[in-house]
Design a protein around this ligand. Structure first.
Ligand SMILES: [Zn+2]
Length: 99
């Protein structure tokens, strides 16, 4: 048994990830496929770029959120803004060549 298994550290989740992925999906689905590249590399870049700007919120998933409703609403607004910026930035400067 490893330390991670002993203490079930894999039950710890970053709540921000789930919210950010949902928001990214929502925003990308509103943009036509012809307008921006939605390949795996670009979408992963968008997710990383957004997540790196948001302070993580780790919780043990089984215990539910440690955060208040107001904190969560503020977080969701921040995530919407950061995801929008990420989509713009990555789609204008993809790591691969533009096709
Ligand atoms: Zn791409």
């Amino acid at each position: 048994m490893s330390f991670i298994d002993d203490y079930k550290l894999d039950e710890i989740k970053n709540e921000v990830e789930e919210v950010a992925y949902k928001e990214l999906e929502r925003q990308l689905s509103a943009i036509s496929d012809e307008d921006i590249c939605k390949c795996t590399d670009c979408v992963q870049d968008m997710a990383c770029f957004a997540l790196n700007q948001i302070k993580p919120r780790y919780t043990v998933s089984l215990l539910g959120s440690l955060f208040t409703r107001v904190e969560t609403e503020t977080l969701i607004k921040d995530i919407e803004k950061v995801v929008r910026e990420s989509v713009e930035k990555i789609s204008q400067n993809p790591l691969h060549s533009k096709s």
